[in-house]
Design a protein around this ligand. Structure first.
Ligand SMILES: Nc1ncnc2c1ncn2[C@@H]1O[C@H](COP(=O)(O)OP(=O)(O)O)[C@@H](O)[C@H]1O
Ligand SMILES: [Mg+2]
Length: 469
């Protein structure tokens, strides 16, 4: 496996913490125990509590600030398995805003379910090696989860009885969603700094779990926020939607819209863009959250556009006198079966070098050169296609700037490969995140590379999903 550490310019900001032995685990040893914590009579969580399972030898320090007794109470309650039909049932009929009773019922479900899931998130951070949980970026996110947990857990779901109560609750949710909006890049930056304390596969496993459950938490929160909004304005987002779930997302329209955005981005970044040909059913629809599929489609299209244009340009760079031909188009096919809606994206961007293939689903793996590599003529033009340029080890250390800019809400103009319109490539998030989105809806995402020619990418989503995680 290529590790390429020498080129990574690994940087850490853990400073003095680097000297602490990496093998201590949360919770820290006893002397940290809080005087506030009284294990003999843990305060009861609101009426949602089924069992008391105290977290012994625990403290607010080892729980990132969450109240230990509340945390142990909520950890004893299993999360509700989410089904699309139960979310639809909670929200009422497509195209009709919820009634007051439906809205309050949804509010109580949301207020009960979120702290149960947030408790599990906090617990996941507690299981990290001590040195990793102490990293400022990772600790920041863990503390954010802990304070969101405490705030919702101590509220009590059955206290939401009136529309006024719901307004306050919905405003709280909005604030939380906002607070958590930079979690993923912040976490990835933290893990970049911790790569010597955890293997890259352990980091990927943690991030996959964290992002998977984050999607579920956000779905529940955003569903209730959308229902509250529809109730307030007396109108749903589309004639077929229930909250953020649309019962008739048209795949053709979604792909068309996303490809226009990616085309503009590619054009402004690389100066040219291929044509796109969408074939297959124009009527195919599915039941789900359009923005989830749209995220995947955009990321896959960005990869295909970039590969196709870079390969084309590199060909003329190497053969200045070659006869000019048009950029090969990208083909997108839509197919619908009884169970699945499938999309295939086919490009002629040169495919993926076999040495890079095992890493493409690792966070931060990218073949966009970093600043140092951009000036290295020896790696340019070495083999055919843009992806022969070089490989970055998984969780490599050259993306602090990119992630830093992302974390601070940078526009993207200096991140990896991008323009004022956004980032075309270079963060190494597109494939791993898209796969989690697809899998969250019980679908799949796969990529097949014909090295030297191009790639086929497949996304499958449930056409009528009954079950989600
Ligand atoms: N269609 C494609 N053709 C060639 N290479 C690809 C394609 N899709 C993905 N890749 C390779 O996988 C890497 C990781 O992709 P991704 O996770 O989207 O990150 P990024 O696009 O930011 O580099 C890319 O840098 C590229 O090397
Ligand atoms: Mg990408």
């Amino acid at each position: 496996m290529h590790m390429g550490g020498s080129r990574c310019g690994r940087r850490t900001s853990v400073g003095i913490l680097q000297h602490i032995r990496p093998y201590s685990y949360y919770p820290p040893p006893e002397p940290f125990i809080s005087s506030k914590f009284d294990a003999s009579s843990p305060p009861k969580a609101p009426s949602a509590v089924a069992n008391d399972v105290p977290i012994s030898a625990s403290s607010p320090i080892s729980t990132f600030g969450a109240t230990p007794s509340l945390l142990s109470n909520f950890l004893a309650i299993p999360p509700t398995s989410l089904t699309m039909s139960s979310l639809l049932y909670l929200g009422g009929s497509p195209g009709v805003p919820p009634s007051e009773a439906q809205l309050l019922h949804s509010a109580r479900f949301t207020a009960r379910e979120l702290p149960i899931r947030l408790a599990r998130r906090v617990d996941q951070y507690r299981s990290l090696p001590f040195i990793v949980g102490s990293n400022p970026y990772i600790a920041k996110i863990a503390k954010l989860y802990a304070s969101s947990f405490d705030s919702l857990a101590s509220m009590g779901f059955d206290n939401i009885q009136t529309l006024e109560d719901n307004d306050k609750f919905a405003a709280k949710l909005e604030e939380m969603v906002q607070l958590h909006s930079e979690n993923v890049p912040t976490l990835a930056r933290g893990f970049l700094e911790c790569k010597k304390y955890m293997s890259s596969s352990a980091i990927s496993t943690f991030l996959n779990g964290a992002i998977h459950s984050r999607i579920g938490i956000r779905l529940i929160a955003e569903q209730h926020m959308a229902l509250s909004h529809a109730f307030r304005i007396g109108k749903t987002a589309t004639p077929y939607s229930v909250g953020i779930i649309d019962t008739r997302v048209n795949a053709y329209d979604l792909i068309k819209q996303d490809s226009e955005l990616v085309e503009e981005l590619c054009e402004s970044t690389l100066g040219d863009s291929p044509e796109i040909k969408i074939e297959g059913s124009r009527e195919a629809t599915f039941v789900g959250v359009a923005s989830h599929l749209s995220y995947c489609v955009k990321e896959l299209l960005k990869n295909s556009y970039r590969a196709t244009v870079e390969r084309h340009l590199n060909h003329y760079k190497r053969n200045p006198h070659a006869e000019r031909t048009p950029i090969p188009p990208i083909f997108v096919s839509i197919a619908k079966s009884k169970q699945y809606l499938s999309i295939r994206i086919r490009d002629r961007g040169g495919g993926i070098a076999p040495k890079n293939l095992p890493h493409i689903f690792n966070y931060t793996f990218t073949t966009v050169p970093n600043e140092e590599e951009k000036g290295d003529a020896s790696i340019d033009d070495a083999e055919m296609g843009p992806y022969a340029m070089q490989s970055m080890p998984s969780m490599g250390g050259s993306h602090n700037d990119a992630l830093g800019a992302l974390t601070t809400g940078g526009s993207g103009s200096t991140i990896g490969l991008g323009s004022a319109l956004g980032t075309l490539a270079g963060l190494g998030y597109g494939l791993p995140m898209s796969r989690i989105y697809a899998e969250h809806g019980r679908g799949s995402l796969d990529i097949v590379s014909l090295y030297g020619h191009g790639c086929d990418t497949f996304i499958k989503v449930r056409a009528n999903p009954l079950e989600m995680s």
